[in-house]
Design a protein around this ligand. Structure first.
Ligand code: GLY
Ligand code: MN
Ligand code: MN
Length: 438
């Protein structure tokens, strides 16, 4: 489907209205070498893509505010020889026309043109990060204007972090963004189903990863949103396990945390299921506990509630369960107060989800309280339980890692679970696992 470029144009206009008499400068990422002569597949910087929609590395845009708002793009010049090797280059003329910019220039001219463009603005907005190249470029433009002060040149006196405006825009999704995220979650859910059907003892984790990627790509999502975690047995207790190179054992659980990226939007789903298709009694007890905590958390997702409400709800269920199973000693309040539950549940329940898997957006408000959820925020709900080998804990618990993660979109009355097609009830899972082998 061809992307509607007016979406990016409207976002630029919205931002220009907010920044007033200032200039915003955004840089796309550059290609990264994997090793000599060989690159990683290019992916645009999310902030840049959100406003530009232009897919070439090393591109820069300047958004000039004030009365005569203008969007300007600096991109690679057409280069027939280069295009023979690496494919189409838009070049400034086509870039301006197709991506709805008012002016476009060859990127090699940027240090001559940009200082003049920024001169009359008192403030620059840019994403402040650790990219010294970008900072140096802006500083050098300011510096070259300062050197011409005696000829009457002015220059911006302040660089302000653009993230404070853009994070807010990105964190509340439009209906068309939610549609894409729903589609991404549907594809990822199908991939989890495929992985369950394929799994059986003695396969390697990477063979299951291959099934996930197959389903993503067959459905038009050509990249995972992050490296897939396919963690059997005690590998699941390593939160960001990505080696995926262990042979899966009969009797182990398999934790899969995988989601595709579609049209620059992430999905992020975790399911945990038995490699042999049947939960053992102890695995079942723990799974039911994590599932109950996850459902309790989802019930707390609603516009107006605070970001940490789902986490608190999940935590309360988990703590009671840890007491009942003999994993935590003491009463509920003590365990919460001393945070002894962190031995088994050490991460938070949610993060924002969007163009980045851990998406941008504030987590606390101006008073330092957890921020209130708004309609069309998208976040994950992902409680878990991870039990490392420990002589104080019965042996049958050792090495069990369980996480259940869904993607949810906040509404006035509650939320829509975008990843609802990925099964998580015990019966559904047991019916699916290994189904390809029957
Ligand atoms: N997949 C990374 C996370 O769940 O946060
Ligand atoms: Mn995840
Ligand atoms: Mn997540």
């Amino acid at each position: 489907m061809k992307t509607d470029m007016s979406i990016f144009y409207k976002r630029r206009k919205e931002l220009l209205d907010v920044i007033g008499n200032s200039v915003a400068i955004l840089f796309n990422s550059i290609e990264v070498f994997r090793n000599r002569d060989s690159h990683y597949k290019f992916r645009s910087d999310s902030y840049f893509h959100y406003l530009a929609g232009f897919p070439e590395p090393g591109t820069v845009i300047l958004l000039l505010g004030g009365k005569e708002q203008k969007s300007i793009i600096f991109c690679q010049a057409k280069d027939k020889d280069k295009e023979i090797w690496n494919g189409h280059i838009f070049g400034p003329d086509q870039a301006a026309k197709e991506f709805l910019f008012d002016e476009a220039y060859d990127i090699s001219q940027i240090s001559d043109i940009a200082p003049k463009l920024i001169a009359k603005f008192p403030k620059i907005f840019s994403i402040i990060d650790n990219n010294l190249c970008h900072q140096n470029m802006i500083h050098s433009w300011i510096d070259s204007n300062k050197k011409l002060k005696r000829s009457g040149y002015k220059s911006p006196e302040m660089i302000i972090d653009l993230a404070r405006f853009m994070d807010r825009m990105r964190c509340v999704k439009t209906d068309s963004e939610i549609k894409i995220m729903q589609h991404a979650a549907d594809i990822s859910s199908k991939a989890h189903i495929r992985a369950m059907q394929f799994t059986k003892p003695n396969l390697f984790e990477y063979q299951v990863e291959a099934e996930l990627l197959h389903e993503f790509m067959q459905n038009g999502a050509v990249e995972p949103a992050y490296l897939s975690i396919v963690a059997s047995g005690s590998n699941a207790c390593t939160l960001h396990y990505i080696n995926n190179d262990t042979k899966m054992k009969d009797g182990d659980l398999l934790l899969i945390d995988a989601g595709c990226e579609l049209d620059s939007y992430a999905s992020d789903i975790t399911r945990t299921f038995p490699v042999n298709g049947k939960f053992s009694p102890i695995q079942k007890d723990l799974y039911e506990l994590v599932l109950a905590s996850q459902k309790a958390a989802i019930l707390k997702v609603k516009a107006g509630n605070r970001f940490m409400d789902p986490h608190e709800a999940a935590l309360d269920v988990l703590i009671d369960g840890f007491i009942q199973l003999g994993l935590c000693k003491g009463n509920h309040d003590e365990i919460k107060e001393t945070e002894s539950y962190k031995q088994f549940f050490m991460h938070r329940t949610s993060h924002w989800l969007g163009m980045d898997v851990h998406d941008v957006g504030d987590y606390v408000d101006e008073e330092g309280k957890p921020i209130r959820l708004e309609k069309n925020n998208v976040l994950t709900i992902e409680p878990g339980c991870y039990i490392q080998k420990n002589e104080n804990i019965p042996k049958e618990f050792w090495g069990i890692g369980i996480r259940i993660e869904d993607d949810v979109c906040v509404s006035e009355l509650g939320c829509e679970v975008l990843s609802r097609l990925a099964p998580k009830e015990i019966k559904e899972i047991e019916d699916l696992v290994g189904a390809f082998n029957e």
